[in-house]
Design a protein around this ligand. Structure first.
Ligand code: WQD
Length: 335
């Protein structure tokens, strides 16, 4: 019986595949390679000794997905596949809703037709939307402020309704905060397509000289040093959180949702200074205007995952900065 990982050659998916294989699971990856490369599966083999079976498929292709489930014996699904750039979602809302929401509906229909009832969904802290209410707890009302975040809210609601329609469904949504870092081997990591959106890939590209300077988006927020505060979590902690959620699914009735964060907030300047200290490199920066849509602070209340999943983040900010830099140095041009 295999675990199907949609979007499994992506950043979080590939790290989760490594952790699952090393925990003894059989893994199958389905990915349309719109934001990842086939080389990732070779790297997973280099790390684990096992090359996961791979299907290149867009989840909008329901017939193709049906064929996959006919061919394989799948026990549960971890669903990462989806577009995830907030700014891009504002420019291309229809593409985001079709890709993220419709592909999830297709996946659930095919799972239902094949009596596969265990699903873990990759959600995001973006669903909380509001500022000034951290630490964020799972029971807060959801209020996304962009099409990407809204697609996650819509999918969470679909999964909740689906679960309520039939007690056989066992579904968990995991709300990620800010995943950064890379596997210690430096063989897999975050490879942004084009100009990075997120902070860490931008920092590592400035440090390696691919970019001249980091733009710090505002230092006039109501935070200790005026720059944005986020809950940065090592991608391997995130991967282990998926295994904890998979194990919990065995005795879970219906739908549940968990934050996956550290519970600690770090500012942009904290990240820059930690990165420079740990890696003995310089990250020149300049403070510019705030980025539209950004909030001052966002970090998790982590009690529920600790108490119910028996999971908590263990890697430090120093580990995250060291592992991010190791990946960038070993892969200056990505995969
Ligand atoms: C972090 C901080 C920026 C870049 C996004 C998505 C979220 C999730 C993670 C998918 C903020 C500042 C950034 C830069 C900067 N993705 N920054 N200069 O916006 O918290 O979250 O990525 O699930 O859904 O919203 O992450 O890394 O873009 O920004 O100053 O060049 O770094 O203002 O304070 P964000 P980020």
């Amino acid at each position: 019986m295999a675990i199907l990982i949609t979007g499994g050659s992506g950043y979080i998916g590939s790290h989760t595949a490594v952790e699952l294989i090393q925990a003894g699971y059989e893994v199958i990856i389905v990915d349309n390679l719109s934001n990842s490369k086939p080389e990732v599966c070779n790297r997973i083999k280099e790390i684990t000794g096992i090359k996961p079976k791979f299907y290149e498929l867009n989840l909008l292709n329901e017939a193709g997905l049906n064929q996959l489930f006919d061919n394989e014996v799948i026990e549960s699904v971890i669903h990462f596949a989806g577009y995830k750039a907030v700014g891009e979602s504002v420019d291309k809302p229809l593409a985001y809703y079709e890709n993220n929401v419709t592909s999830t509906i297709n996946l659930c229909k095919v799972m239902q037709a094949h009596q596969v009832n265990k699903l873990i969904f990759s959600s995001s802290a973006t669903v909380y939307g509001q500022d000034g209410i951290s630490p964020l707890v799972e029971t807060l009302p959801l209020s996304a402020t962009n099409p990407y975040g809204n697609s996650k809210v819509i999918i969470e609601n679909i999964l909740k309704d689906l679960s309520a329609s039939n007690p056989k469904w066992q579904i968990t949504s995991l709300r990620y905060f800010n995943p950064i870092g890379a596997h210690q081997s430096g063989l897999i990591g975050e490879e942004p397509s084009g100009i990075p959106n997120n902070l860490l890939p931008f920092i590592t590209q400035v440090a390696i000289g691919k970019m001249v300077k980091l733009a710090v988006f505002g230092n006039d927020y109501d935070t200790p040093d005026g720059t944005g505060v986020r809950d940065y979590i090592h991608v391997l902690d995130l991967a282990k959180g998926h295994i904890a959620a998979l194990n919990q699914l065995e005795e879970q009735k219906g739908y549940d949702v968990f934050n996956l964060g550290t519970g600690k907030g770090c500012s942009v300047l904290d990240i820059i200074s930690t990165f420079e200290l740990v890696n003995q490199v310089s990250v020149p920066y300049m403070v510019v205007e705030r980025r539209p849509g950004d909030i001052a602070a966002c970090y998790a209340d982590t009690h529920k995952a600790e108490q119910v999943l028996g999971w908590q983040a263990l890697y430090t900010l120093e580990d995250m900065c060291r592992d991010s830099w190791n990946w960038q140095k070993k892969n200056p041009d990505g995969y």
